[in-house]
Write a protein that binds this ligand. Structure first.
Ligand code: ADP
Ligand code: MG
Length: 323
C-alpha cells in the first residue's frame, strides 16, 4: 500500500473497536435492519460484520476500497457533518491496508453476489459468489503488516470489551436496527430492532438495571433531552453504564456526566454511579464539528446551557418518580 494509505489507516483505525465502528456505520448507512458483529481474540485475529442492507454492486466493489471513494452524498449539509459523522471514503481503504479483508456482498436486483479479498491493500479478483442480500465484511489479523501499531494493542479481553462498547452504543443510537454481538462463539447481545429506545436499553443494560429505569423527556427551544435514568437502588457502581449521545452520535462528556450526577445529589441519591442512556438533540451550530471524527469528544457552544438542560431533565425524571 501507499504510504499515504498507511498514514490514513493510522488515523482511522487504531484498534479493532475503531474498525468495528466504521464497518457498523457502513452497515447502518446501507439501510440494514439487522447487523451482526462477531469477534475472536478481541477482534485482533477476526472481526466480522454482517448486514442485510443494500449491498455493493459487483462493478463497484473494488472502488469501495479505494481512498476517498464514497457513494454517499456530498451536499453542503453532508460536508458540514464530516466532523461529526466520520471520515468520508477513508474507512475501507484504511482497514484493508492494515489487515487481510474479505467481502461478500449482494444487491437486491443482482442474480449473484460478489466476493473480493484485499490483503495489506493488495486487491484480489472480484468473483461471483452465492450469498443473501447484504454485505459481510471480514477483517483478519489487524495490523499484521504494521508491527509497531500492533504493539499498542491491549489484551484480548480489553480489545474485545472496546468492540462490545462500540456495538452497545450503535444499538442505543439505532433502536430500529437489530444488533447481535458474538464474542468467541458466544452471543453476548441481541437487541430487537423494534424502533423503541426502551427495548434497546433493556437489552444493553440488562434486566437488573433496566427494571429501575425512569424515562427522561424534556424539550426546550434550544435542545431536547430524552432517554432513561436508573434508580440508585438498581445502580451498578460504574460509569460504564452511562451512555450519552449528541445528535445521535455517541460521545464521552464529562459535562453531561457531571450534570446527571448533580441531579442525583440534589435528590440525596448519592453513593453509587447512576446508570443512564441520554440523547441530547441540539442545533448543529451549537456543537463544535471540528473535533476528530474518530474520537468521541464533543464541544458545546454553551456548556452552561447544556449542563442546565441535562440537569433539569434528569431532576424532573427523578422527582416524578418520588411523587
Ligand atoms: P464512506 O462510508 O465514508 O462512504 P467507506 O470507506 O466507509 O466510506 O465506504 C466506502 C463505500 O463502500 C461506501 O460509500 C459504500 O458505497 C460502500 N459500502 C461500504 N460498506 C458497505 C455496506 N456494508 N453495505 C453497502 N455498501 C457499503
Ligand atoms: Mg464509512
Amino acid at each position: 500500500p501507499h504510504v499515504a494509505d498507511l498514514i490514513a489507516a493510522g488515523e482511522v483505525v487504531e484498534r479493532p473497536a475503531s474498525a468495528a465502528k466504521e464497518l457498523i456505520e457502513n452497515a447502518v448507512d446501507a439501510g440494514a435492519s439487522a447487523v451482526t458483529v462477531e469477534i475472536a481474540h478481541g477482534g485482533m485475529t477476526f472481526l466480522r460484520v454482517t448486514d442485510d442492507g443494500g449491498g455493493i454492486p459487483a462493478d463497484q466493489l473494488k472502488t469501495a476500497f479505494l481512498r476517498h471513494a464514497t457513494s454517499k452524498l456530498h451536499s453542503a449539509r453532508d460536508l458540514e457533518a464530516i466532523g461529526t459523522l466520520g471520515f468520508r471514503g477513508e474507512a475501507l481503504a484504511a482497514i484493508c491496508a492494515v489487515s487481510r479483508m474479505e467481502v461478500l456482498t449482494c444487491t437486491a436486483d443482482a442474480p449473484l453476489g460478489a466476493s473480493l479479498t484485499v490483503e495489506g491493500g493488495v486487491f484480489g479478483q472480484v468473483e461471483e459468489a452465492g450469498c443473501p442480500q447484504g454485505t459481510t465484511m471480514v477483517v483478519r489479523d489487524l495490523f499484521y503488516n504494521t508491527p509497531a501499531r500492533q504493539k499498542f494493542l491491549k489484551k484480548d479481553a480489553a480489545e474485545g470489551a472496546a468492540v462490545f462498547a462500540v456495538v452497545q452504543k450503535a444499538a442505543l443510537s439505532h433502536p430500529e436496527v437489530s444488533f447481535h454481538f458474538i464474542r468467541d462463539g458466544k452471543q453476548e447481545l441481541m437487541t430487537p430492532g423494534d424502533g423503541q429506545l426502551k427495548s434497546a436499553v433493556y437489552a444493553v443494560l440488562g434486566r437488573e438495571l433496566a427494571l429501575g429505569l425512569r424515562p427522561v423527556q424534556s424539550a426546550g427551544e434550544e435542545m431536547t433531552v430524552t432517554g432513561f435514568v436508573s434508580m440508585p437502588a438498581c445502580c451498578r457502581a460504574s460509569r460504564s453504564w452511562q451512555f450519552f449521545f449528541v445528535n445521535g452520535r455517541p460521545v464521552k462528556s464529562p459535562l453531561m456526566t457531571a450534570a446527571v450526577e448533580q441531579a442525583y445529589q440534589n435528590q440525596k441519591m448519592v453513593g453509587k454511579f447512576p446508570g443512564c442512556v441520554l440523547h441530547l438533540d441540539i442545533r448543529r451550530s451549537a456543537v463544535d464539528v471540528n473535533v476528530h471524527p474518530a474520537k468521541s469528544e464533543v464541544k458545546f457552544g454553551s456548556e452552561r446551557q447544556v449542563f442546565s438542560a441535562v440537569y433539569h431533565a434528569v431532576l424532573s425524571a427523578l422527582e416524578a418518580d418520588r411523587s
